[in-house]
Structures are given as structure tokens and as C-alpha cells.
Design a protein around this ligand. Structure first.
Ligand SMILES: [Zn+2]
Ligand SMILES: [Zn+2]
Length: 344
């Protein structure tokens, strides 16, 4: 088969690779769509994978083309894949919160992933797809599940004002799910005008550029001076955290989702916002994936119901052979993109 294999930092090669042989409890998936995640860009250009060579790619969907004798019924079934393989032993695993596992394996970073024609995946990780959900949409199951999980931490109520700092793919997905969840007003803030323009194209009328406007003034002007009921910090930078605390109403909730690239510092004044407004701060990480709470199956359900505008969000499609072109586009950021996807 063909695969994009990472041999070192910045050294991604499109090459021949043996088709993986499914082991016990695994099936062979022919990959139909695989998205480039924001985390793949530093993975390829700065940090590398855990060992080299490794095939990156953890947001994907495909069709099952080989399975053990007892799993023949799975042949031809379409699926997305939850990319984390939990240890099954740690405290998080004991309570079924596998995405919080302390000692996990991971398709596309710790072991081979989906920028290839085929992958052997564990049956446990398969998320079945209904016919109405395309492979490309299903390959966005991870960011959708992460957005759903983040919103479910907020205790959002009907009619709430939800403010989201960071209008990247997950911020946009969170905005869509917030509306579906009954938010009356959704406000998106970012420093990138192109992202805000795209948010407007998606139908979000309340956007604010935090580089040239005071976001808390804006949120107050929209909410009759009250502030936002729920704020989602999806940027992972100190300034956005500071503004999130200011934008929240008294007794408001602030959910911290953005993965910081460095230290997060806030001013004394912003700290007082937490105290004086008795804010609730809540962290969110990854998603839930178990039988009783499964953000992945819920994400697919939402796709079936047309809650996410995924078609609009897939801005670029490449074949695997053009993997370096695709990653260069993602790295340079001189051309606007939302989701870049490999399709076959
Ligand atoms: Zn991802
Ligand atoms: Zn574990």
C-alpha cells in the first residue's frame, strides 16, 4: 500500500509500505478519509511522533475489508475510529473514562495512523456509521466529539449566551452544537479576521476581533450588560483566558479547553473576576467513550441530524501522494483553511 510515513521532524515521505496484518481483536480498515488535525502540524514539523518512522493521522473513517473468521459480519461495514487505546488498568480506565487514561497508546502518534491506504484497528475503537454520514464527515468525528464534550461540561441551559474564544475548527463546532443545545446567542471571538469572516459565512452574526475591540464590552452590549452565561476558552492563550473571565456573567461558567503552548498567566484584576463574580471554572479534555456516555456516537448522531455544517468546513482535499503539499499549506498559513482532508 501507499503511506505517508514520518521519518523525522519535517521528513514526511509518501512511500510503499506493507499492508498491516490485523492481530487478535483487530480488523483491517481501508481508509477513505483522514483529516489533518491542528495537533498534526507541530507533530510533523516540531515535536515529531514518539518514535520514527510513524504514520501520522488520527481523524479518519473507512470501510472494514478484512476481519477474523468470527468477525466476518463486520466486512463491508463503515466506521470512524476512536484513536486512543487505553491501558484498561489506571484510575480513569477503572471508571470507563478511557480518553483520560494515564498510559495510553494512540493511532497516529504512538503507533501507525491513518495517512495510509489501510490500517489495522481494534474492534473496540470502531464507531459504526449510518449510510447517511459520509466518510469525510465521519473523519471529523474527533473534533465534533471534543466540542460536544466541552459543551457538556458547561451545564448550558436553554436561552443562554455562549461566548467562544477561538474560532478554529473546534470553536466553530462548539458554536454549532451550542446553538443546537438551545443557546440563544453565540458569540465567537478571535484575533484572526479571516476566521471570523468564515464564522459569519457559517451564519454566526455575533463575532468580535479581540485584537481591535474590547470583548467584554462587546459581550455586554449583546447581553444587556449581563455578560455571557457560558464562556468556552478554546484558544489556549493567556489573553483569551483573561478575556474569558471578564466576559462571563456573575455566577457564570468558564470552560477551559484550549491546549496552551506555554504558561498561562492572568492579571490580578482578572483573578478578581473569578472571586467577585463567583465564577465556576471547569476543565475539559478529549471526550467520553464508553457504553453509558459516548461523545463519539453522539457526534455521529448529530451528523445524521445535520447539526454540523461539515461540508462547508472541509476547505481542502488532497490525495495521499500530495501529503507534503497538504502539510506545507497547513504550516505556512498564508492560505485560509479550516479542515484539510486526505481522500481516496
Ligand atoms: Zn485531532
Ligand atoms: Zn488507563
Amino acid at each position: 500500500m501507499k503511506a505517508c510515513n514520518l521519518y523525522g521532524i519535517g521528513d514526511l515521505r509518501y512511500e510503499d509500505h506493507p499492508v498491516p496484518v490485523p492481530g487478535p481483536g483487530e480488523v483491517l480498515l481501508q481508509i477513505k478519509a483522514a483529516g489533518i488535525c491542528g495537533s498534526d502540524i507541530p507533530r510533523v514539523f516540531e515535536k515529531g511522533t514518539y518514535h520514527f518512522p510513524t504514520i501520522p493521522g488520527h481523524e479518519f473513517a473507512g470501510v472494514i475489508v478484512d476481519a477474523a473468521e468470527q468477525d466476518r459480519d463486520l466486512l463491508g461495514k463503515r466506521a470512524a475510529v476512536f484513536p486512543l487505546i487505553p491501558c484498561g488498568k489506571c484510575a480513569a480506565c477503572q471508571i470507563g473514562e478511557y480518553p483520560l487514561c494515564a498510559d495510553y497508546d494512540y493511532y497516529g502518534s504512538r503507533r501507525d495512523g491513518a495517512f495510509a491506504e489501510y490500517i489495522a484497528v481494534k474492534k473496540w475503537n470502531l464507531v459504526p456509521l449510518p449510510d447517511s454520514v459520509s466518510f469525510e464527515h465521519a473523519a471529523m468525528c474527533e473534533p465534533c466529539a471534543v466540542a460536544i464534550h466541552a459543551l457538556s461540561q458547561t451545564g448550558i441551559s436553554l436561552g443562554d449566551t455562549v461566548m467562544i474564544f477561538g474560532a478554529g475548527p473546534i470553536g466553530l463546532l462548539a458554536a454549532q452544537i451550542a446553538e443546537a443545545w438551545g443557546a440563544e446567542t453565540v458569540i465567537l471571538a478571535d484575533v484572526d479576521e479571516a476566521k471570523l469572516n468564515f464564522a459569519k459565512e457559517m451564519g454566526f452574526i455575533h463575532t468580535v476581533n479581540s485584537r481591535n475591540a474590547d470583548t467584554s464590552d462587546y459581550v455586554r452590549s449583546v447581553t444587556g450588560q449581563r455578560g455571557a452565561d457560558v464562556v468556552l476558552e478554546a484558544a489556549g492563550v493567556s489573553a483569551a483566558l483573561e478575556e474569558s473571565l471578564k466576559a462571563a456573567k456573575t455566577f457564570g461558567k468558564v470552560v477551559l479547553m484550549g491546549n496552551p503552548a506555554g504558561n498561562m498567566n492572568i492579571s490580578q484584576k482578572a483573578y478578581w473576576e473569578i472571586l467577585r463574580k463567583q465564577l465556576t471554572l471547569k476543565g475539559t479534555w478529549n471526550s467520553s467513550y464508553n457504553d453509558s456516555k459516548n461523545d463519539w456516537r453522539l457526534a455521529i448522531k448529530c451528523m445524521e441530524q445535520g447539526i454540523f455544517q461539515l461540508e462547508k468546513m472541509i476547505s481542502h482535499r488532497f490525495s495521499l501522494a500530495d501529503c507534503n503539499k497538504a502539510f506545507e499549506l497547513a504550516r505556512r498559513k498564508d492560505e485560509f483553511y479550516v479542515k484539510i482532508m486526505f481522500v481516496s
